[in-house]
Design a protein around this ligand. Structure first.
Ligand code: NDP
Ligand code: NHF
Length: 327
């Protein structure tokens, strides 16, 4: 699959090497708003063509798939344009800034006959497959409660899209995508949410929330830009729990790991050898792999984030529209 990349930011600098080292993948073009930057990136990262303007890349005949690495508010526009141009779509998280736009992306891809996936790496890690299997094989007993936190304290450059509301900034869309995605991965569709948020510079800086699922499963989640937490979770049943201390990251310096705890309090560690981002790219390019479980996860996450934003604004518990989702 021949990839073209939209945007020359922080994540592009990391993912371009993962794309180039995935078997069956070539990166043939990169596009920037700025011609010089496009040429510099192409030269620097060994990409054949640097193009000025994102549409130029969508028009390129030697591009089969587009990786969108733009600020969140631009995802829907360029994802829909990519699908209309017949390009498969790997889109950075959050898929969009709201559920309606996420559904519009899915529909455009369906109409264009192209594959789509959000680039949420942890969902494709071997470690995720292993802890998911354990959670579902009865080892935990009945699933009861999930806790998770994903926070980074970072001195953002002024103008960083994370701090600009009109670009889809704020910790909820950015880090809440991971924190809320985790309980959804284990427990499915939330029925209701109650969230509270603290704003700084016009964007959400810290969010805490409670989620209610079917069968009395609950979750507490938090995310923020002004705290440093491990990107951890605990999935607890009535017989045991699974704990992971950094589920979103690919660690070069140590093996990905998680622990299982039983009723007696004893813990067993599980470690893996992994190159994590490549698994996500492989899921996307291997046409024999059904992407629908991950697509459903993305749409559910987006719908839940919408409900959390409503809850922050209203100060009330908000219910999710189950019918809307299942259709
Ligand atoms: N999966 C992951 O682990 C990570 C995912 N992300 C996600 O990737 C996306 C991009 O994040 P990141 O790379 O950190 O962002 P950056 O701000 O570093 O880069 C975004 C790029 O988008 C282009 N762009 C187009 N319009 C604008 C605009 N109005 N303002 C700013 N940039 C613009 C720019 O490229 P140019 O001007 O050259 O066209 C810019 O370099 C986000 O959705 C983010 O959530 C981010 C980090 C990690
Ligand atoms: O997805 C992400 C992972 O980590 C970052 C912190 O460096 C986030 O802000 C980012 O968008």
């Amino acid at each position: 699959m021949r990839f073209g990349i939209l945007g020359t930011g922080r994540i592009t600098r990391r993912l371009v090497a993962d794309l180039q080292s995935t078997p069956g993948v070539q990166v043939t073009a990169i596009a920037s708003r700025d011609a010089e930057r496009a040429a510099w990136y192409a030269q620097q990262y060994g990409v054949a063509t640097g193009l000025c303007g994102y549409q130029a890349l969508l028009d390129a005949a030697d591009v089969d798939a587009v990786y969108i690495a733009l600020p969140p508010s631009l995802h829907a526009q360029w994802a829909i344009a990519a699908a209309a141009a017949g390009k498969h779509l790997l889109c950075e998280k959050p898929l969009a800034t709201n559920h309606a736009d996420a559904l519009a992306i899915a529909e455009a891809c369906r109409a264009g006959g192209v594959r789509w996936l959000d680039a949420t790496g942890w969902l494709h890690h071997r470690r995720t497959a292993a802890f998911s299997e354990r959670a579902h094989d009865g080892e935990l007993g009945k699933l009861r409660h999930i806790s998770t936190a994903v926070s980074f304290f970072e001195p953002f450059q002024s103008g960083d899209h994370r701090l600009v509301a009109s670009l889809g900034g704020g910790c909820l869309l950015d880090l809440g995508w991971y924190a809320v995605g985790l309980p959804i991965w284990f427990a499915g569709q939330p029925q209701a949410v109650m969230a509270s948020g603290i704003y700084q510079q016009d964007v959400l800086y810290r969010v805490t929330a409670m989620l209610w699922f079917d069968h009395d499963v609950t979750a507490t989640v938090s995310c923020g830009y002004d705290t440093t937490t491990r990107k951890w979770f605990e999935v607890a049943g009535d017989s045991g729990s699974i704990v992971c201390d950094d589920f979103t990251r690919s660690w070069a310096e140590r093996k990905p790991r998680f622990w299982t705890h039983d009723r007696t309090g004893s813990a067993q560690a599980h470690e893996f050898e992994d190159h994590q981002e490549q698994h996500m790219i492989q899921s996307f390019v291997d046409k024999s792999i059904d992407l629908s479980p991950w697509q459903r996860q993305a749409l559910l996450t987006q719908q839940t984030l919408d409900a959390m934003l409503r809850s922050i604004a209203s100060g009330q518990r908000e219910t999710l529209d189950v019918k809307e989702l299942s259709s």
